[in-house]
Ligand binder design. Structure first.
Ligand SMILES: *Cc1c(COP(=O)(O)O)cnc(C)c1O
Length: 365
């Protein structure tokens, strides 16, 4: 078997082995066609089966109610930052955005480009470098907001909403870095979107889960067709050529996720990983310092911490690499270490890292 590096990259990120193996096995001859899935029509019955299965598995794993549509769109979360206001903030509609990090702020700025003052900041923790989430008392949600936009996991800063912001308005949520990390109630969301390349699959596919009443709000007839959610919904994400290979890999990964017990199993693994990592950080709190200031806001997907000096940080990254662990260097604006422990990172992978951290403290603490 070929060597597999322990991958803590923030995105694109590691993928589980089995679905990749399956892709390798059928790369040259997919479903008896004598061609790869990349080489056949997106309207062929062989591809169609993959497409439908990817949609069905998404619905099943996330327990998505019938009044939602599952779409695969391109352009990443970035295109969604623009498509959401373009489709929804027509006429005099207003929206509230909670800015809790680098990506949340981008979403807010893009929405403002489209809808100006009708897009309002419901809360921000920017003055504290986004090192915690806003408290309930800090949220200013307006009763006339068509939706409240938030980012469920702040990939750069390492915070995560374990309890969603309290509001009676529908949510729109960027779940790019924690989609399917656990089971959750989908009904309160108008739209969920996520670039696949962190917690789900390869880059190039963006999952959009949209509620029917939100689709109905998308009346923008004057937008170019590709930018209209309704067209993607009416055409079942086959309006134009979808990223067929990406959706195929996604299908393989979702099928694998189902085979290991679905999101309940995945949640249990993620919680175990979090306990191990934060357990080690807290045990050595004189050496490792968490970036996030409120324990309740700590992310189980991205774990940001500092070592006593920049030199030690560099040494940590280099020595980890020698031990076949990559992707640990912190985001440029924050520094330190960032461990991205998405769904595909195993409990064993994290155990290996924690053993390495323990050794590192012994040597350098
Ligand atoms: C990575 C990331 C993005 C950017 O995604 P693209 O697919 O590159 O557009 C947006 N939001 C969050 C929360 C992310 O983690």
């Amino acid at each position: 078997m070929s060597k597999r590096t322990i991958n803590f990259y923030a995105g694109p990120a590691g993928l589980p082995m089995e679905p990749l193996k399956k892709a390798q096995d059928e790369l040259l001859d997919f479903a008896g066609t004598g061609m790869s899935v990349m080489e056949i029509s997106h309207r062929s019955k062989e591809y169609d089966a993959v497409h439908e299965e990817a949609i069905a598995l998404t619905k099943e794993l996330m327990n998505i109610p019938d009044n939602f549509k599952v779409l695969f769109i391109q352009g990443g979360a970035h295109l969604a930052f623009g498509m959401i206001p373009l489709n929804l903030l027509r006429k005099d509609r207003k929206a509230d955005y909670i800015t809790t990090g680098n990506w949340a702020e981008k979403a807010y700025k893009e929405a403002k480009l489209v809808a100006g003052d009708r897009v309002r900041e419901a809360a921000t923790t920017k003055s504290e470098k986004f090192a915690r989430l806003p408290r309930p008392s800090e949220l200013q949600i307006s009763p006339d907001a068509a939706f409240v936009h938030f980012t469920s996991n702040n990939t750069v800063e390492g915070t995560q909403w374990h309890e969603f912001p309290k509001t009676d308005r529908p949510y729109i949520c960027d779940m790019s870095s924690d989609i399917m990390w656990r089971p959750m109630d989908i009904s309160q969301f108008g739209i969920i979107y996520a670039g696949a390349q962190k917690n789900l699959g390869p880059s190039g596919v963006t999952l959009v889960v949209i509620r029917e009443d939100f689709l109905e709000m998308c009346e923008a007839q004057d937008l170019p067709s590709y930018l209209r959610y309704r067209i993607h919904a009416e055409k079942n994400s086959l309006y134009n050529t979808p990223p067929t290979f990406g959706i195929y890999i996604l299908r393989n990964i979702l099928a694998y996720n189902k085979s290991i017990g679905g999101l309940k199993t995945i949640e249990a693994n993620n919680r175990k990983k979090g306990e191990l990592l934060y357990g080690c950080i807290d045990k050595h709190s004189g050496f490792f310092k968490s970036f996030v200031t409120e324990k309740a806001d700590r992310s189980l997907m991205n774990i940001d911490f500092f070592l006593p000096t920049d030199e030690l940080t560099d040494t940590f990254v280099k020595e980890a690499k020698k031990n076949d662990m990559v992707g640990l260097k912190g985001y440029r604006d924050i520094g330190g270490i960032r461990v991205s422990a998405y769904n595909a990172v195993t409990v064993d992978n994290v155990k290996t890292l924690v053993e390495f951290m323990e050794e590192f403290v012994k040597k350098n603490g």
